[in-house]
Design a protein around this ligand. Structure first.
Ligand code: SAH
Ligand code: MG
Length: 195
């Protein structure tokens, strides 16, 4: 991987207010990945490819990341970035809405990273659970959404997102096959280990 290019990609994304993963969130995920070296990762929400490029560093030899993005312009930029970072052998981008794409996938994943439309997290979870390997892990970013999720806040245009994030937390907490922690890093990260 070309780390000079990665740093440029990060700076450009920050300047353009693209919501890339926060440093402290990335640190938590990378710590897990470096210990577990996954063969296959599924990412929902590519944006311009920053997090996917970061994760390639921790793949097992021959490992692959599948990542889904619905905005055409972002897909184009992600493809360019993935080439610049010299990781194009390790990343597959699916262009389209994850709602349509996920049901067509039938791979087994060691890691799923959910980082897209907050109102769809319960659906993404259902699809992640269908494809996750035993002893795999599901991360969900922005799970505390600026603190709205844990407050009594519900009169806002974001209330559908908040309701669905709460539903996600409830489902992962009640699922007997998962061991879940909600971390207050960045915008909140749900970490669910599959038993
Ligand atoms: N994971 C990236 C950041 C993703 S930002 C990183 O850390 O570098 C969230 C992205 O999800 C946005 O680019 C948005 O267009 C995309 N997105 C939101 N809802 C989606 C959906 N239903 N299907 C596919 N992509 C979606
Ligand atoms: Mg995010």
């Amino acid at each position: 991987m070309n780390t000079t290019e990665l740093e440029k990609i990060k700076q450009k994304a920050l300047e353009e207010h693209i919501p890339i993963i926060m440093d402290e969130t990335l640190e938590v995920i990378e710590k897990y990945l470096s210990k577990n070296r996954p063969n296959r990762i599924l990412e929902i929400g590519t944006a311009v490819g920053y997090s996917a490029i970061c994760f390639t560093e921790f793949l097992a030899p021959g490992g692959i990341i599948d990542t889904i993005e619905r905005e055409k312009e972002r897909v184009e930029e992600a493809k360019i970035n993935i080439k610049l970072a010299e990781v194009e052998d390790m990343v597959n981008i699916y262009e389209g809405d994850a709602i349509d794409i996920l049901p067509t996938l039938n791979n087994k994943y060691d890691v799923v990273f959910i980082d897209a439309a907050k109102g769809k997290y319960p659906f993404f979870l259902k699809e992640a659970l269908r494809m996750i390997n035993k002893e795999g892990i599901i991360f969900a970013d922005n799970i505390l959404y600026k603190g709205y999720v844990m407050s009594d806040y519900n009169k806002h245009k974001q209330r559908t997102a908040v309701r669905n994030l709460r539903e996600y937390i409830k489902e992962v907490s009640e699922n007997p096959n998962l061991q879940t922690e909600i971390l207050e890093v960045g915008d909140g990260l749900a970490v669910s280990k599959v038993e």
